[in-house]
Every structure is written in structure tokens, then in C-alpha cells.
Design a protein around this ligand. Structure first.
Ligand code: ATP
Length: 239
């Protein structure tokens, strides 16, 4: 088990955002976190990467508690967070944005190491290779999302947290992004992905958790969740 959360609660001031969340992610899995806007998906990912501090419960990564580990050190442990809104650095080039992902690891890499790492990532994103020296601001929304995911991969993460990668993208780009996420499993990357697009996310996930008002209300394989009329009608707002 790479990630284990037990009875985690978190909030903002007096507002409770997570209540008693228990979940796990095994190595090599793609796990989906679905639920309506405001259900707590982003807060859950932030509690793992260290941007939100839980008020109760425990989070363990590779068997060790994260309680005393601050956010930058969590990156070094292998937790990469691709936040909602693909916040790439517009004035930097595509190459510089990618390389920042590797620097987040906390140790310097040689130019040769960096080139090899970048080449491996660019194999997944040929469209970025063609635009390597352009500024990130010149990329389309879908390309910026690819860049954000690519930057996450540059950290060689043991766990990649993806927050709403399909948000605001045109349907054809949404398909492309989901194809990329699906392919990550073949690369051996372990993924926890939060999405409002429940149907597509559960279709590519090994397992999924449904969040409602900060609590896990259902957990099963992606396929079983999608096959349950109650789940689909009650929580997913689809079908
Ligand atoms: P979204 O898709 O909109 O990001 P979500 O499922 O990711 O939704 P969260 O963003 O985790 O949900 O929000 C969970 C709850 O916490 C919501 O009630 C939200 O209003 C509240 N919340 C989120 N961020 C903050 C913040 N910075 N300050 C106060 N309340 C917040």
C-alpha cells in the first residue's frame, strides 16, 4: 500500500471539508475520487500533498506517517500534486516548466539526467516537444494541462495526484487527457485522480471513491460503481 488515510478530517476555519475519510491506494493503481463540486476532492488531495493540515486522523505514505512532513519534503518523498487550474508559469518556456518539476525533488540533477528525464516525459507528449522553447502562455488549455501533468511526472513520483485535469477543456481534449491518464498505468505510475467527470474517470480507474459532503459514501471498482444505478443516479449526476 503506497497511501493509507484513516478517519481524516480537515476544514477551513469553522467549515468542515473532510469527515472521517478512510481510503487507500496500492502501488500501480489508478484510483478515482469523484463527487459533486464542493464534495471535498481538492481538500483531500491537498491533505496528502501537505497544503491542508488534517484536524484528525492519520495519513501514511509508503508505511510512514506524514504528520510531521511538510509539503516540500513530501515532494521529495515522491508525492507530486498537479493542482486544479493547471498553473503553469506562462512567462517560462515549456522546457523550463518541465524542469521545475525535477527541481522540486529537492536535489540537483546533472544536465544529462535532466535531459533523459525530460526526453522520457516528452515521449508521452509529442505536442510539447514541438513547442519546447515556446512560452507556456502560448499553449492552448489542453496543452497547458499536458504540461502540468508532464511537470508532475518530471518529479518521478511514486504517487501522482491529479486535480480535475479535464476542467474547462473542449470535449476532444478531454478525451486526449483521459487517454494520457489511462496510459500512465502502463508506465507504472500510481495515480489518484479527482474529477467531476465521473463517468470517464471511473471508466479508466481500477477503483473509485465517491465523496459527498466531505465523506466517502461509496467505494468499489470503477466498473462496479458505474454499473450501480443507485450510485449513478444519487451521487454521480450522470446517466
Ligand atoms: P471543486 O471541484 O469545486 O474543487 P471539491 O470537491 O474539490 O470541489 P473542495 O474544493 O475540497 O471540494 O471544497 C470542499 C469544501 O471546502 C467546500 O464546502 C468548499 O466551499 C470549502 N473550501 C474549499 N477551499 C476553501 C478555502 N480555501 N476556504 C474556505 N472554504 C473552502
Amino acid at each position: 500500500m503506497i497511501l493509507e488515510m484513516r478517519d481524516v478530517a480537515a476544514g477551513y476555519g469553522g467549515v468542515s471539508a473532510l469527515r472521517g475519510v478512510t481510503l487507500h491506494v496500492d502501488e500501480g493503481e489508478t484510483v478515482a475520487l469523484v463527487g459533486a463540486n464542493g464534495a471535498g476532492k481538492s481538500t483531500l488531495l491537498k491533505s496528502i500533498s501537505g497544503l491542508v493540515r488534517p484536524t484528525a486522523g492519520t495519513i501514511a505514505f509508503a508505511g510512514a506517517s506524514l504528520a510531521a512532513v511538510r509539503a516540500p519534503a513530501r515532494v521529495a518523498l515522491g508525492i507530486a500534486h498537479v493542482p486544479e487550474g493547471r498553473d503553469v508559469f506562462g512567462s517560462l518556456s515549456v522546457r523550463e516548466n518541465l524542469d521545475l518539476g525535477a527541481y522540486a525533488l529537492g536535489r540537483r540533477r546533472s544536465a544529462r539526467e535532466l535531459d533523459a528525464l525530460r526526453d522520457a516525459v516528452l515521449e508521452r507528449f509529442p505536442v510539447l516537444r514541438d513547442r519546447l522553447e515556446r512560452s507556456a502562455a502560448e499553449l492552448s488549455g489542453g496543452q497547458q494541462q499536458m504540461l502540468a501533468i508532464g511537470r508532475g511526472l518530471m518529479a518521478k513520483p511514486r504517487l501522482l495526484l491529479l486535480d480535475e485535469p479535464s476542467l474547462g477543456l473542449a470535449p476532444s481534449l478531454v478525451d486526449q487527457i483521459f487517454a494520457i491518464v489511462r496510459d500512465l498505468r502502463e508506465l507504472g505510475v500510481t495515480v489518484l485522480i479527482a474529477e467531476q467527470n465521473a463517468r470517464m474517470t471511473l471508466a479508466i480507474a481500477d477503483r473509485g471513491y465517491v465523496l459527498e459532503n466531505g465523506a466517502v459514501v461509496a467505494a468499489d471498482t470503477g466498473r462496479a460503481l458505474l454499473a450501480s444505478p443507485q450510485i449513478v443516479e444519487r451521487y454521480l449526476g450522470i446517466g
